[in-house]
Write a protein that binds this ligand. Structure first.
Ligand SMILES: [Zn+2]
Length: 211
């Protein structure tokens, strides 16, 4: 049985850091942004579908986004544990994931939202470094622990761009809160806490033996 958690949270809320942490325990970190990039790079059939919308500057429709996610899910081991990061982004996507869950008998462990005030998210994002090779994220400059590349600052992280991304998150987050609350799967975590404290809380949810 595939088990999965959904990490919800605005940019800078630290969900990527936690996903990196849990990947050490065998959880697969599924970032839809990374998935898009990979399909575009490898020029797959799905990638060319995505490209049509990106080229026109349109949003990628939910069913196309989900077809990439579903393609990924059909290729993983049947007992995989997966962290969704950046997906779903709408109630419609959540519903598509729900149909897939019912169809395959997968288990949604929880949808966890990382809460952080906007000003703190801005402060963090303005001081964020990432690895150009593997996407590793850090709050300090230095070398990537995965492959030794020099960490660089994201060039698109100007305050104006960040504020827009934060507003974008708030435009779809409420419907997801409601959706997963109704299912009894919604949890919130205070993302201003230390990463180690957040990991501890998530461990109690994600590493339970009875799942
Ligand atoms: Zn790296």
């Amino acid at each position: 049985m595939i088990r999965y958690v959904i990490f919800l949270g605005k940019p800078g809320s630290g969900k990527g850091t936690q996903a990196q942490y849990f990947s050490r325990f065998g959880w697969i970190h599924l970032s839809t942004g990374e998935l898009f990039r990979r399909h575009l790079q490898e020029k797959t059939v799905l990638g060319s579908k995505v490209e049509q919308f990106v080229k026109r500057g349109d949003l990628v429709p939910d069913d196309v986004t989900f077809s990439l996610v579903e393609d990924f899910l059909t290729k993983v081991e049947p007992d995989s544990r997966i962290i969704f990061d950046g997906f779903p982004r709408s109630e419609n996507q959540a519903q598509l994931l729900e149909y897939w869950t019912e169809k395959t008998g997968a288990l949604l462990v929880a949808a966890v939202e990382f809460f952080l005030p906007d000003d703190e998210a801005v402060r963090r994002l303005l001081n964020r470094y990432y690895c150009p090779s593997c996407g590793y994220v850090s709050n300090e400059p230095g070398l990537c622990p995965n492959d030794g590349s020099s960490l660089v600052k994201r060039t698109d992280d100007s305050e104006e761009v960040i504020r827009k991304r934060l507003a974008d998150y708030e435009s779809y987050a409420p419907q997801l809160r409601t959706f997963y609350r109704r299912k009894g799967k919604y949890l919130a975590v205070d993302a201003t806490k230390k990463p180690s404290q957040i990991s501890k809380f998530l461990e109690s949810v994600m590493l339970r033996n009875d799942l």
